[in-house]
Design a protein around this ligand. Sequence first.
Ligand SMILES: [Cu+2]
Length: 157
Amino acid sequence: MTRRTAIATGTAALLARPALAQDATVHEVQMLNADPENPRTRMVFLPRVVVAQPGDTIKFIATDPGHNSESIEEMMPEGVEGWEGDINDDVEFVVETPGFYGYKCTPHNSVGMVGLVIVQGDGMSDNLEAAKDVRQRGKARQIWDEIWEEVDALDLA
Ligand SMILES: [Cu+2]
């Protein structure tokens, strides 16, 4: 039993917290050397676009070796510090703030191993233009163009 659970037991005011945690979703994103459905597409996060709610967890899984997940500083909602996973390690991040969260695999950014988490809620679009305006290079630029097209096609209202 965790300390928080122990404290919450029998304390009515704190019982809302475990209930919230129960509703939260864990979104798994695999770090892969190739897309299983399209093996010619190398170095991918799968799925590369995740739509989440505040309180959800994004779990990056080191399915294949040689990858990590690191948030892109200029592509975080205001006030969000982000995350930096080590190579070959799973990393989890709990999203609290609505907005657009761009991230990359540090060694494979230039070959387009990037992804996006969208957290719905008030103020969601506040950093959308700023995230889109970040200058991308190489294959990453092409992949971000595809991702933003995907975002435009989603009904996120
Ligand atoms: Cu990688």
